[in-house]
Design a protein around this ligand. Structure first.
Ligand SMILES: C[S@@+](CC[C@H](N)C(=O)[O-])C[C@H]1O[C@@H](n2cnc3c(N)ncnc32)[C@H](O)[C@@H]1O
Ligand code: SF4
Length: 377
């Protein structure tokens, strides 16, 4: 099974925390659409003979394109590949794009999953983040999508945000669970370089949230999600059983994927590739048949460390049989030795031949994963 990712590199407004590749000039929208189609045609050999299990429109803001334009990209995929009948087709959408007309038309398309950026239901947080919508608009957008029959909806929320008290976060969670959605991606705010938030932090205009507060927020998220029947299947992701994001799971389960559009990444076990993060250079290169990507051949050891990083993040954990068959006895023994001290400290457990983070271990996941990395002398 394989996935296709389209990066839609446009946003109508820049959020002050976000470092994803995007441009707020939408002038090149049509030209970009043609380039995405051409890139797909040019690079289809990458997944030759594979069935497509997931298509993901991420961004930026994919909902800057009309449902018809999105469908035209899906049709191109269908031209070259066999798309599984029950494939997951996700569109990341900003709440203020989800109007009645938009949703009605989208329901006619092959998109069967929505990922909506809510971030917070509190307007003062949304203003600080420079979002385009209010909390009420976000709430009603989800309700509207449900009214149009979307029954696989994910929302993004951010915690650890300056001004987001524990009580406000509690309210955000209460509202999100009220909505009866199927999936939640919830991220701790990251201060990425070249964002307004990082600039404000350096200038002392905003202050990082106390680690105790954000840890308490994460703990509340985990317990509330469990209480509402969600599986905590990856550090930042929670889904109803069977509705874990198939697209994201393919990253964590090391399946092959082809990423199209500026800044998109592709992966085929031995090689990681990434496209240039510049809309104009990308489009020019695609049109003129020039190079627009860089790649890294993965060494045996890189592949092992990738497997550690991606598998330990998930509730399925690191499969010792896979380590044994893909990397050999030395590495599986190495994993068992590494697991030892974390078993003692109750940060990992071993279950059916899988090394899995415990609820306690999830809070120090970065330390555990980096300890498992194999560093060549
Ligand atoms: C690539 S964005 C696209 C989503 C869509 N454009 C939107 O904003 O609704 C996916 C998600 O990443 C999260 N995100 C982006 N930058 C982040 C940061 N610096 N820290 C934490 N979460 C971040 C946000 O929750 C966002 O909804
Ligand atoms: S969070 Fe979404 S809308 Fe905001 S800048 Fe990032 S990609 Fe664009």
């Amino acid at each position: 099974m394989s996935g296709i990712y389209f990066h839609i590199p446009f946003c109508k407004q820049l959020c002050h925390y976000c470092a994803f590749h995007k441009s707020i000039s939408l002038q090149a929208k049509n030209r970009m659409l043609n380039c995405l189609k051409k890139e797909l045609a040019d690079r289809r050999k990458y997944l030759e003979g594979k069935n497509i299990d997931s298509i993901y429109f991420g961004g930026g803001t994919p909902s800057v394109y009309s449902p018809k334009e999105i469908q035209s990209l899906i049709d191109e995929v269908a031209r070259y590949f066999n798309i599984n009948k029950n494939a997951e087709v996700t569109l990341e959408a900003n709440p203020d794009d989800l109007s009645h007309d938009y949703l009605q038309a989208l329901k006619e398309s092959s998109v069967n999953r929505l990922s909506v950026g809510i971030q917070s239901f509190h307007d003062e947080d949304l203003i600080l983040m420079n979002r385009r919508h209010t909390g009420e608009q976000a709430y009603s957008a989800i309700k509207r999508a449900q009214d149009y029959g979307f029954d696989n909806i994910s929302v993004d929320q951010i915690y650890g945000v300056p001004g987001l008290t524990f009580e406000k976060w509690e309210e955000n969670l209460k509202k999100v669970f009220e909505l009866n959605i199927q999936h939640i991606s919830s991220y701790h705010l990251m201060y990425d370089p070249n964002t307004v938030f990082t600039h404000k932090l350096k200038k002392g205009i905003i202050k990082e949230v106390d680690e105790d507060v954000s840890l308490a927020q994460y703990k509340l998220l985990i317990s509330e999600a469990k209480k509402h029947g969600f599986l905590h299947y990856e550090i930042s992701n929670f889904g109803k059983k069977g509705l874990e994001s198939r697209h994201n799971s393919s990253y964590w389960q090391q399946k092959m994927y082809l990423g199209l559009g500026p800044s998109a990444h592709s992966y085929n076990i031995n090689k990681r590739e990434w496209n240039i993060s510049d809309n104009l250079k990308y489009m020019k290169a695609v049109e003129e048949g020039e190079d627009y990507s860089e790649f890294e051949e993965l060494s045996f050891n890189d592949r092992f460390n990738d497997y550690v990083l991606t598998s330990l993040r998930t509730m399925w954990g690191l499969n010792l049989d896979i380590v044994q068959s893909e990397f050999g006895a030395f590495y599986s023994k190495y994993c068992m030795e590494k697991a030892e001290k974390f078993i003692q400290s109750n940060d990992v457990r071993i279950e059916n031949g899988h090394i899995i983070l415990t609820d306690k271990g999830v809070f120090i996941s970065n330390d555990v994963m980096s300890d498992f990395f194999f560093i060549e002398e």
